[in-house]
Design a binder for this molecule. Structure first.
Ligand SMILES: Cc1ncc(COP(=O)(O)O)c(C=O)c1O
Length: 438
């Protein structure tokens, strides 16, 4: 009886629409009572984010040996978050100036915009001198990609965006939510645990003229596999021949090799070969400004006038999305990049972060080789950047988490930034047990 009545209430609620007061029965007195149902009662629960959800699960775990290798955020040897010394120094300078909290202009903080383009192309690059670079400060890498996606939706109508398979999980959401059609191009060869260069070239050759190709500027996430300089050159030439627009996602400049210039090789090469490019840049990882949301969308074009007009349109899009970007992180980044002394110190700190990751990478490989010599583990030190793409299957990943409390994404990626020497043995044992038994 009660069940039937409740069912009836739901039907009435749906028919009449939201925010309806309906009538319910009390078991004991059959009295009528008025109860309000939310107009959002039918909204389904969204699944947890495949990357950030890992950190939530890690926090909820009570295991004393738990290890968070999910999120790509740098940790020191004690597995603690790091605020770089240059960031503290820059903040001290900023605070001493007692600056106000007024809005920035829509395109962002001028010294930050200059610093960001210098970092990408190298100070004094002809494109900068010729004024054919449009740059808008945005909400870190993600926000910059989203502004780029909005720009593509509006001005490259119907263009398909090609993203690597696999890629950072959020690329699909960013372009998909903006209503931009996306497809995969082949990238990773599981047999060689390396780049599927042939597949990549075939897929880009087959892409319709005018398509957009998202390329990871360096330290490909999640595979840690980058094209060689020769392969980059061939990709650039193919983009030119096929009229494809390269959209570089530069989230790890400095983290691949520890050297900012070396890590900007690919976008600089494309520009120098006469291609127009879009770039999203992030200071989350290399300056450790994760939560400050500092980044930019850059367009390097052939001529000054279209660059000026594109900037005006980027501003229009940003105005409707978030109006103007945050000040504090931009001031920090500008202070560090534009100050000779701090810039040199930053390079040293970055080498330190990249070096620590490289060290644990080597330690993990050696531990696995000692415990499971029949398998080739050399791919671990061939990969670069923050991650290693282990090749663990989803079932093996579940075992890593459920049995060993090692939290990682289900694609088999582990963030080496969350590993230290003391935990290498534990991780290697968990991997070997999972590979052998699952
Ligand atoms: C490939 C790639 N692009 C973009 C981002 C965006 O990061 P953020 O929005 O923190 O700059 C990330 C972060 O993990 C990433 O791995």
């Amino acid at each position: 009886m009660l069940f039937a009545f409740t069912k009836m209430q739901q039907v009435i609620s749906r028919r009449v629409g939201a925010h309806i007061c309906d009538v319910g029965a009390s078991r004991s007195r059959l009295a009528l009572q008025v109860r309000c149902m939310s107009r959002f009662a039918d909204v389904a629960q969204a699944p947890p984010d495949p990357i950030l959800g890992v950190s939530e699960a890690f926090r909820a775990s009570t295991s004393p040996s738990k290890l968070n290798l999910g999120v790509g955020a740098y940790r020191d040897e004690d597995l603690k978050p790091v605020v770089l010394s240059v960031v503290k120094k820059a903040e001290a300078k900023i605070f001493s100036r007692n600056e106000n909290k007024e809005y920035l202009s829509i395109e962002g903080f001028e010294p930050f915009r200059k610093a960001t383009v210098d970092l990408l192309l190298g100070a004094g690059h002809p494109a900068i001198k010729e004024g054919r670079v449009a740059v808008i400060q945005s909400l870190s890498g993600t926000g910059s990609l989203r502004v780029g996606a909005a720009f593509i939706a509006r001005f490259l109508k119907g263009a398909t965006v090609y993203i690597s398979n696999p890629t950072w999980g959020n690329h699909r959401n960013i372009f998909g939510d903006e209503g931009v059609k996306w497809e995969y191009y082949r990238y990773f060869d599981a047999d060689t645990v390396g780049l599927d260069f042939k597949g990549l070239m075939e897929d880009l050759k087959a892409a319709p003229s005018g398509s957009v190709v998202v390329l990871h500027g360096c330290a490909h996430n999640p595979t840690g596999v980058d094209p060689t300089p020769e392969q980059w050159t061939a990709i650039a030439d193919l983009c030119k021949e096929r009229n494809l627009l390269p959209f570089f996602d530069v989230a790890y400049q400095g983290f691949a090799t520890g050297d900012l210039d070396k890590d900007a090789f690919a976008p600089r090469l494309f520009v120098d070969r006469g291609l127009e490019i879009m770039v999203s840049q992030s200071y989350s990882k290399n300056l450790g400004l994760y939560g400050e949301r500092v980044g930019a969308l850059v367009m390097v074009l052939k001529d000054k006038e279209p660059a000026t007009r594109c900037l005006s349109q980027l501003k229009r899009l940003a105005r409707a999305l978030y109006s103007n970007p945050p000040t504090h992180g931009a001031r920090i980044a500008a202070e560090v990049v534009n100050d000779k002394e701090l810039f040199e110190e930053w390079k040293g700190e970055m080498r330190g972060m990249a070096g620590r990751i490289e060290r644990v990478r080597g330690e993990l490989q050696r531990a696995l080789e000692a415990k499971y010599p029949d398998k080739d583990w050399s791919f671990i030190t061939k990969q670069i950047g923050m991650f290693t793409f282990t090749g663990l299957t989803p079932a093996q990943v579940d075992n890593m988490t459920n049995k060993h409390s090692v939290f990682m994404t289900r694609d088999g990626r582990i963030s080496l930034a969350g590993l230290n020497s003391a935990k290498v043995e534990y991780l290697a044992n968990a991997i070997v047990e999972s590979v052998r038994n699952c």
